[in-house]
Design a protein around this ligand. Structure first.
Ligand code: B12
Ligand code: SF4
Ligand code: SF4
Length: 397
Protein backbone atom coordinates (compact mmCIF):
# COMPACT_ATOMS: atom_id res chain seq x y z
CA UNK A 1 0.00 0.00 0.00
CA UNK A 2 1.27 3.45 -0.90
CA UNK A 3 2.07 5.68 2.08
CA UNK A 4 2.13 9.49 2.07
CA UNK A 5 1.41 11.98 4.84
CA UNK A 6 -2.12 13.36 5.01
CA UNK A 7 -4.17 15.38 7.56
CA UNK A 8 -4.36 14.27 11.21
CA UNK A 9 -0.84 12.80 10.99
CA UNK A 10 -2.07 9.85 8.95
CA UNK A 11 -0.18 8.41 6.01
CA UNK A 12 -2.09 8.34 2.76
CA UNK A 13 -3.26 4.78 2.43
CA UNK A 14 -5.57 2.90 0.15
CA UNK A 15 -8.43 2.90 2.66
CA UNK A 16 -10.54 0.57 0.53
CA UNK A 17 -7.70 -1.95 0.57
CA UNK A 18 -7.17 -1.53 4.32
CA UNK A 19 -10.87 -2.09 4.95
CA UNK A 20 -10.89 -5.21 2.74
CA UNK A 21 -7.79 -6.55 4.52
CA UNK A 22 -9.36 -5.86 7.93
CA UNK A 23 -12.53 -7.74 6.98
CA UNK A 24 -10.40 -10.68 5.86
CA UNK A 25 -8.53 -10.61 9.19
CA UNK A 26 -11.78 -10.53 11.24
CA UNK A 27 -12.08 -14.29 11.75
CA UNK A 28 -8.47 -14.57 12.97
CA UNK A 29 -9.31 -11.89 15.57
CA UNK A 30 -12.38 -13.87 16.76
CA UNK A 31 -14.78 -11.42 15.09
CA UNK A 32 -17.70 -12.69 12.99
CA UNK A 33 -18.54 -9.52 11.10
CA UNK A 34 -17.10 -6.06 10.60
CA UNK A 35 -18.85 -3.09 9.04
CA UNK A 36 -17.93 0.55 8.67
CA UNK A 37 -20.26 3.42 9.59
CA UNK A 38 -19.66 7.09 8.97
CA UNK A 39 -19.12 9.14 12.13
CA UNK A 40 -21.83 11.66 11.20
CA UNK A 41 -24.30 12.58 13.94
CA UNK A 42 -27.21 10.14 14.37
CA UNK A 43 -29.83 12.82 13.85
CA UNK A 44 -32.90 10.59 13.39
CA UNK A 45 -31.89 8.48 16.36
CA UNK A 46 -31.78 11.60 18.50
CA UNK A 47 -35.41 12.48 17.68
CA UNK A 48 -36.31 8.88 18.41
CA UNK A 49 -34.51 8.91 21.77
CA UNK A 50 -36.21 12.16 22.77
CA UNK A 51 -39.65 10.62 22.05
CA UNK A 52 -38.64 7.39 23.79
CA UNK A 53 -37.77 9.41 26.91
CA UNK A 54 -40.93 11.54 26.71
CA UNK A 55 -43.01 8.37 26.52
CA UNK A 56 -41.30 7.06 29.68
CA UNK A 57 -39.98 3.99 27.88
CA UNK A 58 -36.31 4.15 28.89
CA UNK A 59 -34.84 1.47 31.15
CA UNK A 60 -32.52 3.79 33.05
CA UNK A 61 -29.50 1.72 31.93
CA UNK A 62 -28.89 3.94 28.89
CA UNK A 63 -26.39 6.83 28.76
CA UNK A 64 -28.57 9.79 29.83
CA UNK A 65 -26.87 12.46 27.68
CA UNK A 66 -28.69 12.25 24.33
CA UNK A 67 -26.18 14.53 22.61
CA UNK A 68 -23.33 12.20 23.54
CA UNK A 69 -25.42 9.20 22.49
CA UNK A 70 -25.90 10.57 19.03
CA UNK A 71 -22.88 12.72 18.22
CA UNK A 72 -19.56 10.85 17.94
CA UNK A 73 -17.62 14.13 17.77
CA UNK A 74 -18.59 14.81 21.39
CA UNK A 75 -16.87 11.57 22.39
CA UNK A 76 -13.84 11.68 20.13
CA UNK A 77 -11.71 14.41 18.56
CA UNK A 78 -12.48 14.71 14.81
CA UNK A 79 -13.92 11.20 14.22
CA UNK A 80 -13.90 9.94 10.63
CA UNK A 81 -15.44 6.48 10.85
CA UNK A 82 -16.81 3.90 13.25
CA UNK A 83 -15.79 0.26 12.93
CA UNK A 84 -18.70 -1.93 14.07
CA UNK A 85 -18.11 -5.52 15.10
CA UNK A 86 -20.44 -8.46 15.71
CA UNK A 87 -19.61 -11.63 17.63
CA UNK A 88 -22.04 -14.54 17.40
CA UNK A 89 -23.05 -16.61 20.44
CA UNK A 90 -24.75 -19.96 21.05
CA UNK A 91 -28.51 -20.40 21.32
CA UNK A 92 -28.60 -24.03 22.47
CA UNK A 93 -27.53 -25.47 25.79
CA UNK A 94 -25.77 -28.78 25.12
CA UNK A 95 -26.96 -31.58 27.48
CA UNK A 96 -29.17 -29.28 29.55
CA UNK A 97 -29.54 -30.47 33.13
CA UNK A 98 -33.12 -31.57 33.91
CA UNK A 99 -35.38 -29.32 35.94
CA UNK A 100 -37.64 -31.64 37.93
CA UNK A 101 -39.69 -31.71 41.13
CA UNK A 102 -37.31 -31.36 44.08
CA UNK A 103 -34.56 -30.06 41.77
CA UNK A 104 -36.07 -27.13 39.92
CA UNK A 105 -33.82 -24.92 37.85
CA UNK A 106 -33.82 -21.33 36.64
CA UNK A 107 -32.48 -20.02 33.35
CA UNK A 108 -30.09 -17.25 32.40
CA UNK A 109 -30.67 -15.65 28.99
CA UNK A 110 -28.25 -16.60 26.24
CA UNK A 111 -26.53 -13.20 26.39
CA UNK A 112 -25.25 -14.36 29.78
CA UNK A 113 -23.83 -17.70 28.66
CA UNK A 114 -20.08 -18.27 28.76
CA UNK A 115 -17.76 -15.49 29.91
CA UNK A 116 -19.16 -11.97 30.23
CA UNK A 117 -19.57 -10.66 26.68
CA UNK A 118 -18.13 -7.29 27.70
CA UNK A 119 -14.83 -9.06 28.37
CA UNK A 120 -15.08 -11.19 25.22
CA UNK A 121 -15.74 -8.17 23.01
CA UNK A 122 -13.22 -5.88 24.69
CA UNK A 123 -10.52 -8.50 24.09
CA UNK A 124 -11.42 -8.66 20.43
CA UNK A 125 -11.62 -4.88 20.06
CA UNK A 126 -8.17 -4.62 21.68
CA UNK A 127 -6.80 -7.14 19.16
CA UNK A 128 -8.34 -5.20 16.29
CA UNK A 129 -6.80 -1.99 17.68
CA UNK A 130 -3.39 -3.70 17.78
CA UNK A 131 -3.90 -4.87 14.21
CA UNK A 132 -4.59 -1.28 13.12
CA UNK A 133 -1.75 0.24 15.19
CA UNK A 134 0.63 -2.12 13.37
CA UNK A 135 -0.57 -0.89 9.98
CA UNK A 136 -1.48 2.78 10.37
CA UNK A 137 0.93 5.15 12.12
CA UNK A 138 -1.04 7.99 13.72
CA UNK A 139 -4.29 6.04 14.06
CA UNK A 140 -6.45 7.12 17.01
CA UNK A 141 -9.18 4.85 18.37
CA UNK A 142 -11.75 4.56 21.11
CA UNK A 143 -13.53 1.26 21.68
CA UNK A 144 -16.83 0.65 23.39
CA UNK A 145 -19.29 -2.13 24.04
CA UNK A 146 -22.66 -1.80 25.75
CA UNK A 147 -21.60 0.66 28.45
CA UNK A 148 -20.32 3.30 26.01
CA UNK A 149 -22.40 6.35 25.12
CA UNK A 150 -23.21 5.31 21.55
CA UNK A 151 -26.20 3.18 20.58
CA UNK A 152 -24.44 -0.05 19.56
CA UNK A 153 -27.50 -1.07 17.54
CA UNK A 154 -27.72 2.20 15.61
CA UNK A 155 -23.99 1.98 14.75
CA UNK A 156 -24.33 -1.66 13.65
CA UNK A 157 -27.36 -0.85 11.53
CA UNK A 158 -25.59 2.03 9.77
CA UNK A 159 -22.50 -0.15 9.26
CA UNK A 160 -24.52 -2.80 7.42
CA UNK A 161 -24.17 -5.51 10.10
CA UNK A 162 -27.92 -6.16 10.09
CA UNK A 163 -31.38 -4.68 10.11
CA UNK A 164 -33.24 -3.31 13.10
CA UNK A 165 -35.90 -5.93 13.83
CA UNK A 166 -39.44 -5.52 15.09
CA UNK A 167 -38.10 -7.09 18.31
CA UNK A 168 -35.55 -4.20 18.45
CA UNK A 169 -32.58 -6.55 17.87
CA UNK A 170 -30.05 -6.10 15.11
CA UNK A 171 -30.52 -9.11 12.85
CA UNK A 172 -27.64 -10.10 10.62
CA UNK A 173 -28.77 -11.81 7.40
CA UNK A 174 -26.02 -14.41 7.89
CA UNK A 175 -25.75 -14.67 11.70
CA UNK A 176 -29.28 -13.89 12.92
CA UNK A 177 -29.69 -11.84 16.10
CA UNK A 178 -27.60 -13.99 18.48
CA UNK A 179 -24.81 -11.43 18.15
CA UNK A 180 -23.06 -9.07 20.52
CA UNK A 181 -22.17 -5.65 19.20
CA UNK A 182 -19.27 -3.31 19.80
CA UNK A 183 -17.47 -0.52 17.98
CA UNK A 184 -14.32 1.57 17.60
CA UNK A 185 -14.52 5.26 16.78
CA UNK A 186 -11.50 6.18 14.68
CA UNK A 187 -9.80 9.01 12.84
CA UNK A 188 -9.49 6.76 9.75
CA UNK A 189 -11.36 7.82 6.60
CA UNK A 190 -12.56 4.28 5.93
CA UNK A 191 -15.25 4.06 3.23
CA UNK A 192 -18.63 3.36 4.87
CA UNK A 193 -20.70 0.26 4.16
CA UNK A 194 -24.35 0.44 3.21
CA UNK A 195 -27.17 -0.73 5.48
CA UNK A 196 -28.64 -4.15 4.60
CA UNK A 197 -31.81 -4.23 2.54
CA UNK A 198 -33.52 -7.16 4.33
CA UNK A 199 -36.20 -6.36 6.86
CA UNK A 200 -38.97 -7.99 8.89
CA UNK A 201 -41.64 -7.47 6.27
CA UNK A 202 -45.11 -8.28 7.57
CA UNK A 203 -43.87 -10.64 10.31
CA UNK A 204 -45.09 -9.91 13.87
CA UNK A 205 -44.10 -13.18 15.60
CA UNK A 206 -41.99 -11.44 18.24
CA UNK A 207 -44.66 -8.88 19.08
CA UNK A 208 -47.26 -11.64 19.39
CA UNK A 209 -45.00 -13.80 21.59
CA UNK A 210 -43.81 -11.12 24.01
CA UNK A 211 -45.17 -12.24 27.40
CA UNK A 212 -45.91 -8.73 28.73
CA UNK A 213 -46.78 -6.73 25.62
CA UNK A 214 -43.53 -4.80 26.07
CA UNK A 215 -43.13 -4.51 22.29
CA UNK A 216 -45.72 -1.78 22.01
CA UNK A 217 -45.13 -1.47 18.27
CA UNK A 218 -42.64 -2.67 15.66
CA UNK A 219 -39.17 -1.81 17.02
CA UNK A 220 -40.67 0.03 19.97
CA UNK A 221 -40.01 -1.25 23.46
CA UNK A 222 -41.56 -0.06 26.68
CA UNK A 223 -38.63 -1.08 28.88
CA UNK A 224 -40.68 -0.89 32.07
CA UNK A 225 -42.71 -3.88 30.84
CA UNK A 226 -39.85 -5.90 29.35
CA UNK A 227 -39.13 -9.11 31.27
CA UNK A 228 -35.44 -8.69 30.53
CA UNK A 229 -35.53 -5.35 32.32
CA UNK A 230 -37.75 -6.65 35.14
CA UNK A 231 -35.30 -9.47 35.93
CA UNK A 232 -32.60 -6.83 36.41
CA UNK A 233 -34.52 -4.73 38.93
CA UNK A 234 -34.10 -5.11 42.67
CA UNK A 235 -37.47 -4.16 44.13
CA UNK A 236 -40.78 -5.91 44.71
CA UNK A 237 -42.64 -6.77 41.47
CA UNK A 238 -46.35 -6.96 40.76
CA UNK A 239 -48.19 -10.31 40.80
CA UNK A 240 -48.66 -10.10 37.01
CA UNK A 241 -44.98 -9.56 36.29
CA UNK A 242 -43.83 -12.21 38.76
CA UNK A 243 -46.04 -14.77 37.02
CA UNK A 244 -44.68 -13.73 33.63
CA UNK A 245 -41.05 -13.98 34.69
CA UNK A 246 -41.54 -17.75 34.90
CA UNK A 247 -38.19 -19.32 35.80
CA UNK A 248 -36.01 -16.63 34.20
CA UNK A 249 -33.19 -15.56 36.51
CA UNK A 250 -31.70 -13.01 34.14
CA UNK A 251 -32.88 -11.63 30.80
CA UNK A 252 -35.46 -12.87 28.33
CA UNK A 253 -34.97 -14.51 24.93
CA UNK A 254 -38.56 -15.06 23.80
CA UNK A 255 -38.64 -12.41 21.04
CA UNK A 256 -35.47 -13.88 19.54
CA UNK A 257 -36.35 -17.55 19.97
CA UNK A 258 -39.51 -17.12 17.90
CA UNK A 259 -37.75 -15.14 15.18
CA UNK A 260 -37.61 -16.98 11.83
CA UNK A 261 -34.30 -15.25 11.05
CA UNK A 262 -32.75 -17.25 13.91
CA UNK A 263 -33.99 -20.63 12.71
CA UNK A 264 -31.13 -23.17 12.88
CA UNK A 265 -28.68 -20.54 14.18
CA UNK A 266 -26.50 -21.80 17.05
CA UNK A 267 -22.96 -20.45 17.09
CA UNK A 268 -20.50 -22.69 18.89
CA UNK A 269 -17.16 -21.63 17.43
CA UNK A 270 -16.11 -19.36 20.34
CA UNK A 271 -15.23 -21.76 23.17
CA UNK A 272 -15.33 -19.06 25.89
CA UNK A 273 -18.94 -18.18 24.95
CA UNK A 274 -20.12 -21.77 25.38
CA UNK A 275 -22.46 -22.11 28.37
CA UNK A 276 -21.50 -23.86 31.57
CA UNK A 277 -24.73 -25.73 32.47
CA UNK A 278 -24.61 -24.99 36.23
CA UNK A 279 -24.20 -21.29 35.46
CA UNK A 280 -26.73 -21.10 32.64
CA UNK A 281 -29.39 -23.30 34.25
CA UNK A 282 -28.64 -23.46 37.97
CA UNK A 283 -30.60 -25.22 40.72
CA UNK A 284 -32.92 -22.73 42.38
CA UNK A 285 -32.99 -23.82 46.03
CA UNK A 286 -29.25 -23.31 46.75
CA UNK A 287 -29.56 -19.73 45.43
CA UNK A 288 -31.82 -18.74 48.31
CA UNK A 289 -29.01 -19.00 50.84
CA UNK A 290 -25.97 -18.42 48.64
CA UNK A 291 -23.24 -16.29 50.27
CA UNK A 292 -21.44 -13.43 48.56
CA UNK A 293 -18.25 -15.41 48.05
CA UNK A 294 -20.03 -18.48 46.70
CA UNK A 295 -22.10 -16.27 44.39
CA UNK A 296 -18.97 -14.67 43.03
CA UNK A 297 -17.38 -18.08 42.52
CA UNK A 298 -20.38 -19.50 40.66
CA UNK A 299 -21.52 -16.44 38.70
CA UNK A 300 -18.66 -13.91 38.90
CA UNK A 301 -17.68 -14.39 35.25
CA UNK A 302 -21.14 -14.13 33.64
CA UNK A 303 -22.75 -10.92 32.38
CA UNK A 304 -26.14 -11.67 33.98
CA UNK A 305 -24.69 -11.21 37.47
CA UNK A 306 -23.79 -7.54 36.90
CA UNK A 307 -26.47 -6.32 39.33
CA UNK A 308 -25.20 -8.59 42.13
CA UNK A 309 -26.97 -11.47 43.83
CA UNK A 310 -30.12 -9.66 44.98
CA UNK A 311 -32.13 -9.73 41.71
CA UNK A 312 -31.02 -13.31 41.01
CA UNK A 313 -32.12 -14.47 44.46
CA UNK A 314 -35.43 -12.64 44.17
CA UNK A 315 -36.00 -14.21 40.75
CA UNK A 316 -35.13 -17.66 42.15
CA UNK A 317 -37.89 -17.21 44.75
CA UNK A 318 -40.31 -16.12 42.00
CA UNK A 319 -39.36 -19.16 39.89
CA UNK A 320 -39.99 -21.56 42.81
CA UNK A 321 -43.41 -19.94 43.27
CA UNK A 322 -44.17 -20.30 39.57
CA UNK A 323 -43.13 -23.98 39.67
CA UNK A 324 -45.48 -24.35 42.69
CA UNK A 325 -42.60 -26.28 44.18
CA UNK A 326 -43.86 -27.89 47.40
CA UNK A 327 -40.34 -29.08 48.31
CA UNK A 328 -39.29 -25.42 48.52
CA UNK A 329 -41.82 -24.46 51.22
CA UNK A 330 -39.46 -24.90 54.22
CA UNK A 331 -36.70 -22.85 52.51
CA UNK A 332 -39.17 -20.15 51.47
CA UNK A 333 -40.63 -20.09 55.00
CA UNK A 334 -37.09 -19.58 56.27
CA UNK A 335 -36.55 -16.64 53.90
CA UNK A 336 -39.89 -15.18 54.98
CA UNK A 337 -38.99 -15.52 58.65
CA UNK A 338 -35.31 -14.63 58.68
CA UNK A 339 -34.06 -12.78 55.57
CA UNK A 340 -33.06 -9.24 56.57
CA UNK A 341 -34.15 -7.86 53.14
CA UNK A 342 -37.86 -6.90 52.99
CA UNK A 343 -37.99 -7.55 49.21
CA UNK A 344 -36.92 -11.17 49.75
CA UNK A 345 -39.46 -11.64 52.53
CA UNK A 346 -42.25 -10.07 50.46
CA UNK A 347 -41.37 -12.16 47.40
CA UNK A 348 -41.19 -15.33 49.53
CA UNK A 349 -44.69 -14.51 50.84
CA UNK A 350 -45.91 -14.24 47.26
CA UNK A 351 -44.27 -17.57 46.34
CA UNK A 352 -45.78 -19.32 49.37
CA UNK A 353 -49.21 -17.94 48.47
CA UNK A 354 -48.77 -19.32 44.97
CA UNK A 355 -47.63 -22.76 46.15
CA UNK A 356 -50.25 -23.11 48.89
CA UNK A 357 -50.76 -25.95 51.37
CA UNK A 358 -50.85 -26.07 55.16
CA UNK A 359 -47.13 -25.49 55.75
CA UNK A 360 -47.13 -22.42 53.48
CA UNK A 361 -50.20 -21.06 55.26
CA UNK A 362 -48.66 -21.61 58.67
CA UNK A 363 -45.45 -19.82 57.65
CA UNK A 364 -47.46 -16.87 56.35
CA UNK A 365 -49.54 -16.72 59.57
CA UNK A 366 -46.40 -16.69 61.73
CA UNK A 367 -44.79 -14.00 59.58
CA UNK A 368 -47.96 -11.88 59.65
CA UNK A 369 -47.68 -11.67 63.44
CA UNK A 370 -44.13 -10.27 63.38
CA UNK A 371 -43.53 -8.52 60.03
CA UNK A 372 -42.96 -4.76 60.38
CA UNK A 373 -42.06 -3.74 56.81
CA UNK A 374 -45.01 -2.15 55.03
CA UNK A 375 -44.44 -3.73 51.61
CA UNK A 376 -43.71 -7.18 53.00
CA UNK A 377 -46.79 -6.96 55.27
CA UNK A 378 -48.94 -6.12 52.24
CA UNK A 379 -47.51 -9.11 50.33
CA UNK A 380 -48.22 -11.44 53.24
CA UNK A 381 -51.82 -10.19 53.38
CA UNK A 382 -52.22 -10.68 49.62
CA UNK A 383 -50.73 -14.18 49.85
CA UNK A 384 -53.17 -15.09 52.66
CA UNK A 385 -56.07 -13.94 50.49
CA UNK A 386 -54.68 -15.94 47.55
CA UNK A 387 -54.57 -19.02 49.79
CA UNK A 388 -58.09 -18.55 51.06
CA UNK A 389 -59.36 -18.14 47.48
CA UNK A 390 -57.43 -21.28 46.53
CA UNK A 391 -59.04 -23.33 49.32
CA UNK A 392 -62.52 -22.02 48.42
CA UNK A 393 -61.76 -23.13 44.89
CA UNK A 394 -60.58 -26.53 46.20
CA UNK A 395 -63.91 -26.99 48.02
CA UNK A 396 -65.94 -26.14 44.93
CA UNK A 397 -63.91 -28.60 42.85
C1 B12 B 1 -30.67 -0.15 27.72
C2 B12 B 1 -30.43 -1.49 27.07
C3 B12 B 1 -31.37 -2.49 27.33
C4 B12 B 1 -32.72 -2.21 27.99
C5 B12 B 1 -33.65 -1.53 26.93
C6 B12 B 1 -33.62 -2.26 25.57
C7 B12 B 1 -34.19 -1.48 24.40
N1 B12 B 1 -34.68 -2.18 23.40
O1 B12 B 1 -34.18 -0.25 24.39
C8 B12 B 1 -33.16 -3.63 28.45
C9 B12 B 1 -32.64 -3.89 29.86
C10 B12 B 1 -34.64 -3.90 28.40
C11 B12 B 1 -32.33 -4.48 27.47
C12 B12 B 1 -32.69 -5.78 27.13
C13 B12 B 1 -32.00 -6.55 26.20
N2 B12 B 1 -30.79 -6.27 25.68
CO1 B12 B 1 -29.91 -4.55 25.89
N3 B12 B 1 -29.04 -2.91 25.81
C14 B12 B 1 -29.31 -1.72 26.25
C15 B12 B 1 -28.29 -0.65 25.81
C16 B12 B 1 -27.34 -0.36 26.99
C17 B12 B 1 -28.90 0.66 25.28
C18 B12 B 1 -30.10 0.45 24.33
C19 B12 B 1 -30.87 1.73 24.05
O2 B12 B 1 -30.34 2.81 24.10
N4 B12 B 1 -32.16 1.61 23.74
C20 B12 B 1 -32.99 2.73 23.35
C21 B12 B 1 -33.52 2.47 21.93
C22 B12 B 1 -34.64 3.47 21.62
O3 B12 B 1 -32.47 2.70 21.01
P1 B12 B 1 -31.56 1.56 20.35
O4 B12 B 1 -32.22 0.24 20.50
O5 B12 B 1 -30.15 1.67 20.87
O6 B12 B 1 -31.52 2.04 18.83
C23 B12 B 1 -32.49 1.60 17.89
C24 B12 B 1 -33.79 2.35 17.93
O7 B12 B 1 -33.56 3.67 18.33
C25 B12 B 1 -34.27 2.21 16.48
N5 B12 B 1 -34.86 3.41 15.91
C26 B12 B 1 -34.23 4.53 15.53
N6 B12 B 1 -35.11 5.40 15.02
C27 B12 B 1 -36.32 4.79 15.05
C28 B12 B 1 -37.58 5.23 14.65
C29 B12 B 1 -38.67 4.36 14.82
C30 B12 B 1 -39.98 4.84 14.40
C31 B12 B 1 -38.50 3.07 15.39
C32 B12 B 1 -39.65 2.16 15.57
C33 B12 B 1 -37.21 2.65 15.83
C34 B12 B 1 -36.16 3.52 15.63
O8 B12 B 1 -33.12 1.92 15.69
C35 B12 B 1 -31.97 1.89 16.49
C36 B12 B 1 -31.05 0.78 15.99
O9 B12 B 1 -31.69 -0.47 16.00
C37 B12 B 1 -27.54 -1.42 24.63
C38 B12 B 1 -26.04 -1.12 24.49
C39 B12 B 1 -25.79 0.22 23.86
N7 B12 B 1 -24.87 0.99 24.43
O10 B12 B 1 -26.40 0.58 22.88
C40 B12 B 1 -27.79 -2.93 24.98
C41 B12 B 1 -28.11 -3.91 23.82
C42 B12 B 1 -29.12 -3.24 22.93
N8 B12 B 1 -28.74 -5.04 24.48
C43 B12 B 1 -28.48 -6.16 23.92
C44 B12 B 1 -29.10 -7.38 24.28
C45 B12 B 1 -28.45 -8.67 23.78
C46 B12 B 1 -30.28 -7.38 25.05
C47 B12 B 1 -31.22 -8.57 25.31
C48 B12 B 1 -31.40 -9.53 24.15
C49 B12 B 1 -30.68 -9.33 26.55
C50 B12 B 1 -31.61 -10.46 27.01
N9 B12 B 1 -31.50 -11.64 26.42
O11 B12 B 1 -32.39 -10.26 27.91
C51 B12 B 1 -32.54 -7.84 25.67
C52 B12 B 1 -33.41 -7.56 24.43
C53 B12 B 1 -34.65 -6.75 24.75
C54 B12 B 1 -35.17 -6.04 23.50
N10 B12 B 1 -36.26 -6.57 22.91
O12 B12 B 1 -34.61 -5.03 23.07
C55 B12 B 1 -27.50 -6.02 22.75
C56 B12 B 1 -28.27 -6.16 21.41
C57 B12 B 1 -27.58 -7.01 20.36
C58 B12 B 1 -28.41 -7.09 19.10
N11 B12 B 1 -28.20 -8.15 18.32
O13 B12 B 1 -29.23 -6.24 18.79
C59 B12 B 1 -26.91 -4.60 23.03
C60 B12 B 1 -26.56 -3.82 21.77
C61 B12 B 1 -25.65 -4.81 23.89
C62 B12 B 1 -24.44 -5.23 23.06
N12 B12 B 1 -23.43 -4.40 22.96
O14 B12 B 1 -24.42 -6.31 22.48
N13 B12 B 1 -31.29 -3.82 26.98
S1 SF4 C 1 -37.07 -9.55 25.87
FE1 SF4 C 1 -38.94 -10.69 26.44
S2 SF4 C 1 -40.27 -9.21 27.47
FE2 SF4 C 1 -38.63 -8.03 26.42
S3 SF4 C 1 -39.51 -7.52 24.43
FE3 SF4 C 1 -38.47 -9.48 24.11
S4 SF4 C 1 -40.06 -11.05 24.52
FE4 SF4 C 1 -40.81 -9.09 25.32
S1 SF4 D 1 -39.92 -12.39 14.70
FE1 SF4 D 1 -40.43 -11.55 12.68
S2 SF4 D 1 -40.96 -9.41 13.10
FE2 SF4 D 1 -39.88 -10.16 14.89
S3 SF4 D 1 -37.76 -9.61 14.54
FE3 SF4 D 1 -38.00 -11.69 13.75
S4 SF4 D 1 -38.49 -11.43 11.57
FE4 SF4 D 1 -38.79 -9.45 12.56
Amino acid sequence: MERMEQGDGLPELDWHALKAEMKLAAASLGIDDIGIASADPFTELKDRLIRHREQGRESGFEEPDLDKRTNPSLLFDRPKSIIAIAVAYPSKLPDPPKSEPGARRGIFARASWGIDYHTALRNRLAKLEEWLYARVPGVRMESMVDTGALSDRAVAERAGIGWSGHNCSIISPKLGSWIYLGEIITNLPLPPDTPVTENCGECTKCIDACPTGALVGPGQLDSSKCVSFLTQTKGMLSDEYMRKIGNRLYGCDTCQIVCPANRGKNWTHHPELQPEPEQAKPLLLPLLKIGNREFKEQFGTVSGAWRGKKPIQRNAIIALGNFRERAAVPALADVLGTDPRPVMRGTAAWALGRIGGDAAEEALRQAQAVETDEEATAEIARAMIALSLQSEHDVEV
